[in-house]
Design a protein around this ligand. Structure first.
Ligand code: S3P
Length: 438
């Protein structure tokens, strides 16, 4: 296969990153707001909804399940909830697109329905492991068939009686935790989920905001079936994972001074902030506030020389989506950066250890792949061709790398950037980065 699939970007050194900007809404919160709004009693208004392909796919799925969803303005949705038992059997397959979060959380919701359903996804999602959700859901009484190897499509049999379980997750995963909690809404008895390391707790916070009794603390959540979700307006904070690319870019490009407004700072998301500060980054938080119960602040980032670090393993779950950006920071830093305990990166939208290592090597970086991470020697980058393998975060990370490369970087297969960050290219060039369609 060609590594220059269309569409592609040509990224080049721009100037310093400057100005005050607002990145789009949080993907995790947007998915959950549509889901809970759909099965709540009453009308949920979502402000700051991410107009990404992933979250739109989730909204479309609920429309197929009989939920009326209005879009009065961009980044706004009004979800007319049908109640816990009001979803209707869909007439066809339910397409989650590229979204692992969409598919895994939907599996939890659909396992509790009276009707059968089939969840499908794009080529990348069709290669992602689903046993991590189907096995514990089966232990709750669900019946879900997968393809060979535990991959999608997920064929979910309706009319099953679910019962709560006490489940210790083998891998820290907010998606699996959330799927089990959503199935737990439909289950008899108590569902308890224990995590090896605390992960993002948006489902727990939002369930509580929608009035469902739930007890949770870092690393553990428990709820029982038999209650009602009551519609609740949701204000979605700006996505830290989208801000992350610009935190790295402004840190490494000399002369940069950038303000990113009202960024969501849920402590289970901000591992990169800590890692960058360990590397010497100059990032300050201003105007702290809260959006729908989530901490937010403006982030002021100024260029600062970065040095390599051993990324603390305890930070890994809190920055699981930010490693492509961190790899770029490491390649532009002085000295060696070591990442370990991050084998989960191999089962994201692409194998992110392999795709980043291959791409960074194509730009002259010295990077050694490890099964659960990498060792990266900082140095100079040159131009070259890289393939994002259809992975949004890989494409955006190489656009950042190009800002320090001596020569043009051609990034292939970038269409999926729209899954999480529509308008990335316009925002990036507005800030001062060099980026154009190939
Ligand atoms: C997410 C959880 C994480 C993250 C993903 C979004 C969520 O996945 O990588 O982008 O919204 O729950 P895992 O649960 O697989 O770690």
């Amino acid at each position: 296969m060609s590594n220059l699939q269309q569409p592609a970007w040509i990224a080049t050194r721009g100037g310093p990153l400057r100005g005050q900007w607002h990145v789009p809404g949080d993907k995790s919160v947007s998915h959950r707001a549509v889901m809970l709004g759909a099965i709540a009693e009453g009308t949920t208004r979502i402000r700051g909804f991410l107009e990404g392909e992933d979250t739109r796919a989730t909204a479309r799925v609920f429309e197929q399940l009989g939920v009326r969803i209005e879009a009065p303005n961009a980044s706004e949705r009004i979800v007319h909830g049908v109640g816990l038992h009001g979803l209707r059997a869909p007439s066809g397959e339910l397409d989650c697109g590229n979204a692992g979060t969409g598919m895994r959380l939907l599996a939890g919701v659909l396992a509790g329905q009276a009707f059968d359903s089939v969840l499908i996804g794009d080529a990348s999602l069709s290669r992602r492991p689903m046993r991590r959700v189907t096995e514990p859901l089966a232990a709750m009484g669900a019946r879900i068939d997968t393809d060979d190897g535990g991959m999608p499509p997920l064929r979910i049999h309706g009319g099953r009686r679910l019962h709560g379980i006490d489940y210790a997750l083998p891998v820290a995963s907010a998606q699996v935790k959330s799927a089990l909690l959503l199935a737990g809404l439909y289950a008899d008895g108590e569902t308890v989920v224990r995590e090896p390391h605390p992960t993002r707790d948006y489902s727990e916070r939002m369930l509580a905001a929608f009035g469902w009794p739930i007890a949770f603390a870092p690393g553990q959540a428990r709820l029982s079936g038999g209650h009602v979700l009551r519609a609740c307006d949701v204000e979605v904070p700006a996505d830290f994972s989208s801000a992350a690319f610009f935190l790295v870019a402004a840190s490494v490009v000399p002369g940069s001074e950038l303000l990113l407004r009202a960024v969501g700072l849920n402590p289970r998301r901000t591992g990169l902030l800590q890692a960058l500060r360990l590397m010497g980054a100059d990032i300050t938080e201003q105007n702290p506030g809260s959006h729908g119960g989530e901490p937010v602040a403006d982030l002021l980032v100024r260029h600062a020389p970065l040095h390599g670090v051993d990324v603390p393993v305890t930070l890994v779950p809190d920055m699981i989506d930010e490693f492509p950006a961190l790899f770029v920071a490491a390649a532009c830093a002085s000295g060696r950066t070591r990442v370990s305990g991050a084998a989960e990166l191999r089962v994201k939208e692409s194998d992110r250890i392999a795709t980043m290592a291959t791409g960074l090597r194509a730009l002259g970086a010295d990077i050694e792949e490890r099964p659960d991470g990498a060792v990266i020697e900082g140095g100079r980058l040159h131009g070259g061709d890289v393939n994002s393998h259809g992975d949004h975060r890989i494409a955006m990370s190489f656009a950042i790398a190009a800002q320090l490369a001596d020569g043009e970087v051609r990034i292939g297969d970038v269409a999926n950037v729209a899954t999480s960050f529509p308008g990335f290219d316009a925002l990036a060039t507005g800030m001062g980065m060099g980026l154009a369609a190939a």
